[in-house]
Unconditional design. Structure first.
Length: 106
C-alpha cells in the first residue's frame, strides 16, 4: 500500500474502488490492518489503496473527520461504503464491501 501523495478528494472522485488507511507508525493494529488490506486489495485489480500517516497529514485527517488510528475508509464510485475506526472487525467490514461490489457489478 503506497503512502498518500495526492489529494484524497481527487482519488475518491477518480477511483472506482478506493481503500484509505489512516494510521500511525507506532500503532501495531495499523500495521496488521495494512498487511491484511494489501492482501485484499491485490485480489481486486480495480482497487486503489493509500496509507495516510496521521501525524504527517493532520490537516487532511481533520478535513475528513479522522481523529483516531486506525481508521479505514472505503469508497466505491465516489461514495463512502464503509468506514471504521478504533476497534472493529476488518473481516465484517470487508464482507460488507464484497456485498456492495456484488450488487454494483450485478
Amino acid at each position: 500500500m503506497q503512502e498518500l501523495t495526492e489529494r484524497p478528494e481527487d482519488l475518491i472522485r477518480s477511483a472506482s474502488l478506493l481503500v484509505l488507511l489512516f494510521g500511525d507508525e507506532a500503532c501495531a493494529p495499523c500495521h496488521a490492518i495494512r498487511n491484511r488490506l494489501d492482501v485484499w486489495v491485490n485480489r481486486h485489480p480495480e482497487a486503489e489503496a493509500r496509507y495516510i500517516p496521521i501525524r504527517e497529514h493532520p490537516k487532511t485527517c481533520a478535513q475528513m473527520g479522522i481523529f483516531s488510528a486506525p481508521t479505514v475508509l472505503i469508497t466505491m464510485d465516489g461514495q463512502v461504503v464503509a468506514r471504521e475506526s478504533g476497534v472493529f472487525s476488518l473481516d465484517r467490514m470487508l464482507e460488507n464491501v464484497e456485498r456492495a461490489l456484488a450488487i454494483r457489478d450485478g
